[in-house]
Ligand binder design. Structure first.
Ligand code: NDP
Length: 432
């Protein structure tokens, strides 16, 4: 805390991980002897830079760019680029720190990193987004590469932004390589990457429910968010026989008792880049509420898929009172520490984001493999690999929790399972 006084999100994420690792440190003195705790909480490199660009009125705008290369013990840095006005160094450090353990859990050779900018793509023209992305990549391209650091999308960074950034990287560096993931299918992208985080969330949730005597088929599900993760989580949940009844965005939320109409949401969010308030135009019987989603709708399973700290203690109390029995995080750290504690103490199943949303980065790593091979796998091949990875992640975190006497505590399980591989690799590579 003394070292990072203005980084509450990073301190929150580090506190959660380090607290749950106490039994591992007690049982394995090598981690303390090698100062793993001190080393793993310090990024290997932080890059912060000016991003100047010219808007449609000819006015110069300036944003701040970030890339935190947190840990490369098990592979090149890998993690998304967030474009949102709330982005600052503490937010990117929290995301980069979480990414280390998430990437380790996938079982694939990828280290942890994260980046982004306080640029807000909302309301900007394509031309302005391109001007920003080109300026951002003009600096970032000096620090990344297919074997060094491979960024991806995140909040505010979708196919359009990745395209503009990839074009600029190629133009400056004169190499055609898999330096970004989430690319278009015509130019090196992987089938099923768009769907991967949402689908993966449901594969893990399905397995967690199955192993605890429940079934996603027939469950009523509340989802927050209306972006990439939320949309494909809704799609897979519906395919698996669940009924998704809510979605939200930063201005309001919808409740559709008959089940969310995904075609309408895709049209509003992916085609028009509009607001969920328009949902009622497609589904007159649905309810639209202004403001933050408060998790007041009765459900069996809750899947927060918008952003960090969106599910607080009061929200958790409402979920518990309404008989919800499982929460799985599609977003990164959407549940506050207090809410997580309440949910776990009330006996609900709880899958933390670093396990539950790892399907996105896992499929990004599969995109990297296809780029290296100069091959493209079919949708079914990628999807089957994704499912296998998510089921394995669930069993790994379940087993890690059991090994240290925390059966059913998947937060502890995920932190331990993600940590051990990275920490052992750091020790093997010496003091660096
Ligand atoms: P998108 O930008 O596609 O969607 C984000 C959604 O959350 C939008 O509906 C947005 O509303 C809403 N939202 C964003 N910020 C806020 C806020 N401060 N308050 C309320 N609502 C907000 O992002 P993704 O779906 O890609 O990402 C969602 C979460 O999942 C993030 O935490 C991300 O880090 C995480 N994640 C994403 C992965 C991926 O592959 N995409 C992989 C792993 C994790 P609005 O439309 O109004 O902006």
């Amino acid at each position: 805390k003394a070292k990072n006084p203005n980084e509450p999100e990073f301190i929150q994420a580090a506190t959660e991980v380090l607290t749950s690792l106490e039994p591992v440190f007690e049982a394995n003195p090598k981690y303390q002897e090698n100062a793993i705790l001190e080393r793993i909480t310090e990024p290997e490199r932080v890059i912060m830079f000016r991003v100047p660009w010219v808007d449609d009125n000819g006015k110069v705008q300036v944003n701040r760019g970030f890339r935190v290369q947190f840990n490369s013990a098990i592979g090149p840095y890998k993690g998304g680029l967030r474009l949102h006005p709330s982005v600052n160094l503490g937010v990117i450090k929290f995301l980069g720190f979480e990414q280390i353990f998430k990437n380790s859990l996938t079982g694939l050779p990828i280290g942890g990193g994260k980046g982004g900018s306080d640029f807000d793509p909302k309301g900007k023209s394509d031309n302005e987004v391109m001007a920003f992305c080109q300026s951002f990549m003009t600096e970032l391209c000096k620090h990344i590469g297919a074997d060094t650091d491979v960024p991806a999308g995140d909040i505010g960074t979708g196919a359009r932004e990745i395209g503009y950034m990839f074009g600029q990287y190629k133009r400056i560096r004169n190499v055609y390589e898999g330096v970004l993931t989430g690319k278009g299918l015509n130019w090196g992208g992987s089938l099923a990457r768009t769907e991967a985080t949402g689908y993966g969330l449901l594969y893990l949730t399905e397995e967690m429910l199955k192993c605890n005597g429940k079934d996603i088929n027939g469950a009523t599900v509340c989802i927050s968010g209306a972006g990439n993760v939320a949309i494909y989580a809704t799609q897979k949940a519906t395919e698996l026989g669940a009924k998704v009844v809510t979605l939200s965005d930063s201005t309001g939320w919808v409740y559709d008792a008959e089940g969310i109409d995904l075609d309408a949401v895709k049209e509003i969010k992916e085609v028009k880049r509009g607001r969920l308030s328009e949902y009622k135009n497609y589904r007159p019987n649905a309810e639209y509420h202004e403001g933050k989603f408060d998790w007041s709708v009765k459900c069996d399973v809750a899947l927060p898929c918008a952003t960090q700290n969106e599910l607080n203690a009061d929200d958790a109390k409402r979920l518990i009172a309404n008989g919800c029995y499982a929460v799985a995080e599609g977003a990164n750290m959407p549940t506050t520490l207090e809410a997580t504690k309440l949910i776990q103490e009330a006996g609900l199943l709880f899958a933390p984001g670093k396990a539950a949303n790892a399907g996105g980065v896992a499929t990004s790593a599969l995109e990297m493999s296809q780029n290296s091979q100069r091959l493209s796998w079919t949708f079914e091949e990628v999807d089957a690999k994704l499912k296998n990875i998510m089921v394995n992640i669930f069993h790994n975190i379940d087993n890690a929790a059991k090994k240290y006497g925390y059966e059913g505590n998947y937060v502890v399980g995920a932190n331990i399972a993600g940590f051990e591989k990275v920490a052992d690799s750091m020790i093997a590579q010496g003091v660096c």
